[in-house]
Design a protein around this ligand. Structure first.
Ligand code: TXA
Ligand code: MG
Length: 309
């Protein structure tokens, strides 16, 4: 324990969901499993609880949070659903799609959640433990990825503790995350156009890629960083490099020996965490094909390889 909280690990078999719900209702912080990555949850209607998320992560206050909801009915009280948004929600929720929609002002959310934007990012997760928790709390939960700001996202309770032990009340154990990459973020514009702000597990065919101002700060050039230099497209390795492999390149840790991109997505952050922990001062990563979810993997790798300003 390194910070001001004695971070507990909660287990579902031991009443962990009810305990996590109680901590959250009291305004506390709980790291929660989702099908993408672990989130750092707080009740989204409380200024004090939301402020604690920014403090624990060291997150800049201009970077808004995703609000997680249990049902479409609950989502409709928080944001305006156009016919296009309704259709996307019906098709992909629950699941790894975040919709950025016009915010309803009177909805009772803390203003810190949206960092002053007129839009709100909403997601209905599919993970059974997270769904059980949302039902038990009965409130929308703000939850960014459960890591210090700018660092690698967590796909296991150990990853969460590696950066937030002592800074949060609890972590609810849900084992390893299935998808391993953050949700696809799609903004639905007032003219019905759909713009992808962050590529992820769901590929939306009829959508354009956002190229304008940085609207989702997760799209900052440097993000998901392991704290040491990262070299991409590495077909060979130097003695001082930890090598992350793919397919024919085994490396010190492989994303997928068989060259399977879904498996590579699920293992990406675990390999980056291993590289961060290793005594090698640098990380090299084998080429990953730019198709399907490989597009989202390469998006995260480019940001992991960019040094902060
Ligand atoms: O899979 C996920 O989305 C995970 C799990 C925990 O749900 N959450 C996640 O949160 O990745 P976070 O905070 O690490 O990334 C959320 C991204 C940030 O880049 C943020 O800037 C963007 O969503 N965002 C939030 N609200 C937004 C809004 N109103 N407009 C545009 N971008 C927004
Ligand atoms: Mg994040």
């Amino acid at each position: 324990m390194s910070g001001k909280y004695a971070t507990e690990t909660l287990h579902v078999e031991e009443g962990g969901i009810a305990r996590a719900a109680e901590i959250l209702r009291d305004g506390g912080l709980v790291a929660v499993p989702t099908e993408t990555v672990y989130g750092l949850a707080a009740r989204a209607d409380s200024d004090a609880a939301v402020a604690r998320i920014y403090e624990a992560k060291g997150r800049p206050s201009f970077n808004p949070l995703i609000v997680h909801i249990a049902s479409l009915a609950q989502a409709r009280t928080l944001a305006e659903f156009s016919p296009v948004a309704e259709r996307l929600a019906e098709q992909y929720w629950p699941g790894p799609l975040t919709l950025v929609l016009p915010r309803r002002r009177a909805a009772g959310l803390s203003d810190a959640v949206t960092a002053g934007l007129d839009t709100l990012a909403l997601r209905m997760p599919a993970h059974p433990i997270m769904r059980g928790l949302l039902d038990a709390v009965g409130l929308p939960l703000a939850a960014p990825s459960a890591n210090r700001s700018g660092f690698i996202s967590p796909t296991s309770p150990a990853h969460v503790l590696a950066s937030l032990d002592g800074r949060i009340d609890a972590v609810l154990d849900g084992g390893e995350c299935e998808k391993g990459l953050e949700s696809t973020i799609a903004a639905v514009r007032s003219n019905g156009a759909v713009e992808i702000l962050r590529p992820g597990p769901i590929a939306l065919e009829a959508a354009t890629k956002g190229e304008g101002a940085i609207e989702a700060p997760g799209q900052l050039a440097s993000h998901y960083a392991p704290g040491k230099p990262v070299r991409l497209m590495a077909s060979e390795v130097a003695p001082d490099e930890f090598w992350i492999g793919f397919g024919a390149i085994a490396g010190d840790c492989t994303l997928s020996e068989s060259g399977d991109l879904t498996q590579a997505a699920a293992r990406l952050y675990a390999c980056l965490h291993e590289g961060a922990r290793s005594d090698k001062p640098r990380i090299a990563i084998a080429p990953v094909p730019q198709t399907g979810i490989g597009i989202a993997i390469n998006d995260r790798l480019r940001r992991a390889a960019t040094l902060p300003d």
